[in-house]
Write a protein that binds this ligand. Structure first.
Ligand SMILES: [Zn+2]
Length: 151
């Protein structure tokens, strides 16, 4: 894990990520601001799940809890993106999106950016670690979790 100050990975002009109005993902976003990765886990059947849901998808309990996990995983899938999905990304490609699997948290998977050379060779199964990127001056403030090959 690393939270070394660095320039923002993504260019200015993208919409700020904020929790949905219903607040379901708010604990996840709040955790990132504290260098913590939170994933839901059901205390009744111990099932992990991500993205967040109001109830456990396995036993249907409404008592799903947020649990801190180590921000590390392995690349389950990836894509080198050449076509910008937003005007702010025009001329900034390619960039790398990865689907990261967390074996120590029920193998949940989450999408993120892979830091480093956008033309780097990527191997499925490569170990990665999370890098927290804070935007404390943004309104509203937010933090992102990127990934990089584990060192
Ligand atoms: Zn459950």
């Amino acid at each position: 894990m690393s939270d070394t100050p660095r320039a923002a990975y993504l260019p200015e002009g993208l919409p700020s990520p904020v929790p949905e109005n219903d607040g379901l993902s708010a604990p996840y976003w709040a955790g990132l601001q504290q260098n913590r990765l939170l994933v839901q886990r059901c205390p009744h059947c111990t099932t992990w799940q991500f993205g967040p849901e109001w109830l456990c998808h396995h036993c249907h309990s409404f008592d799903v809890e947020w649990t801190e996990v180590e921000p590390r995983g392995r690349i389950f899938s990836w894509e080198r993106i050449w076509s910008p999905s937003h005007d702010a990304l025009r001329g900034r490609g390619p960039y790398l999106a990865v689907l990261v699997e967390l074996p120590h948290a029920g193998h949940v998977r989450m999408v993120g950016n892979l830091l480093g050379d956008p033309l780097q060779t990527i191997t499925i199964g490569t170990d990665v670690e999370g890098v927290f990127e804070h935007h404390h001056d943004a309104v509203p403030r937010y933090s992102l979790l990127h990934w990089q090959a584990a060192g």
